[in-house]
Design a protein. Structure first.
Length: 258
């Protein structure tokens, strides 16, 4: 308990508007372009798949939200496949209870609090949740995992706790209180996709311009740390085997649509 309280206090002390503005200003400054090469080396980023040359990026933020070569992330072509919307590690998978709750790192989350909609939360009783964590090395653009329609999109929350394993373990229901965007999506199945902001940087930038989208179309991008939560209704998908703790790439099949 003391460890948890100390962690939360440290985050609060370093997570104000001033530190957020300072970080954003730094990463978007011309001076930060000097950090691009060390950043790519430290995180072992495959620069050959990046669309632009490293020298073309004006600052570290531009490199972080980089686009990739057209064939760098093949999209699974099976018409009934549901693909990963991002690169990252699938850190948690589980069943949502009849009371609309699920467990992450021994903490109970309420779907209604997460999505801000009681009627929507009811649809996920006995359904499935999945959490994909993106580390600084990952490609940070988000794509639609199947052909669908954007039925609704809205923002919730204002905090920005870290969303790595330590943050999930020691933070206080951070997925439900961090700044996040909720996308209600409908196609062969209905599902919800929730990009969650992370410490000091709450920027999640939508880039799609049509409510009717195809599998692999770009939804938007994160500016620095981030997590994506997927919610599936009961009996809507069959997940691929051995996904938990698996490193995944955007476009890889993670489920079969029923």
């Amino acid at each position: 308990m003391l460890k948890k309280k100390m962690f939360q206090l440290c985050v609060e002390l370093t997570n104000g508007d001033l530190s957020s503005r300072t970080l954003k200003k730094l990463t978007k400054s011309n001076l930060s372009r000097l950090l691009i090469q060390p950043f790519a080396k430290i995180y072992d980023i495959n620069t050959e798949e990046v669309l632009d040359e490293l020298d073309d990026f004006k600052n570290l933020n531009e490199f972080f939200i980089r686009k990739l070569q057209p064939n760098a992330r093949p999209i699974d072509k099976d018409e009934n496949s549901f693909v990963s919307p991002t690169d990252g590690v699938i850190s948690e998978i589980g069943t949502i209870s009849k009371s609309r709750t699920f467990i992450v790192k021994n903490q109970t989350y309420n779907v209604q609090t997460l999505v801000g909609d009681s009627e929507l939360a009811d649809k996920y009783k006995d359904g499935t949740y999945m959490i994909i964590y993106l580390s600084p090395k990952n490609y940070h653009r988000i794509h639609f995992p199947m052909n669908c329609q954007v039925k609704d999109a809205y923002s919730l929350g204002k905090y920005s706790y870290p969303v790595n394993n330590l943050g999930l373990e020691l933070g206080d229901n951070i997925l439900s209180y961090n700044y996040r965007q909720v996308y209600k999506l409908s196609g062969k199945i209905n599902y919800t996709l929730i990009p969650v902001g992370a410490q000091n940087v709450n920027s999640i930038i939508p880039t799609y311009d049509n409510i009717y989208v195809k599998k692999g179309d770009e939804l938007g991008y994160f500016e620095f740390g981030s997590t994506v939560v997927l919610l599936f209704e009961k009996d809507n998908v069959i997940l691929e085997n051995d996904l938990e703790n698996k490193e995944i790439r955007m476009g890889e099949k993670i489920a079969t649509i029923l």
